[in-house]
Design a protein around this ligand. Structure first.
Ligand code: SF4
Ligand code: SF4
Length: 93
């Protein structure tokens, strides 16, 4: 099914939405240190979020969030290849 193929190839950085209760559970599980405490919500730096590509098969922050407020950010569409390149750039810096 072509539509399914496109969805699998296009990924996005993740974003924390307004239901965040600032519990802090997501911050330590991020392999890219992309999550930080904001005011009032925690925030994900889209320049550092790779959807955990290169580290894990699935985003690590999503399952630890008690209010399910971490979702793809439609403003940051990236392919898996671009996410992998981002991860390599981050590791080199
Ligand atoms: S998806 Fe992975 S890299 Fe992105 S913020 Fe969550 S834990 Fe960090
Ligand atoms: S785990 Fe969810 S509720 Fe807790 S700080 Fe992270 S985004 Fe906010």
């Amino acid at each position: 099914m072509p539509g399914l193929l496109i969805r699998k190839e296009i990924a996005m950085a993740l974003k924390i939405f307004e239901d965040c209760v600032a519990c802090g559970a997501c911050e330590p599980v991020c392999p890219n240190q992309a999550i930080s405490e904001g005011d009032p919500l925690y925030v994900i730096d889209p320049e550092k979020c790779t959807e955990c590509v290169g580290f894990y098969d699935e985003p690590q922050c999503v399952p630890v969030c008690p209010v399910d407020c971490i979702h793809p950010d439609p403003g940051y569409r990236e392919t898996k290849e671009e996410l992998l390149q981002k991860k390599e750039r981050l590791q080199a810096s």
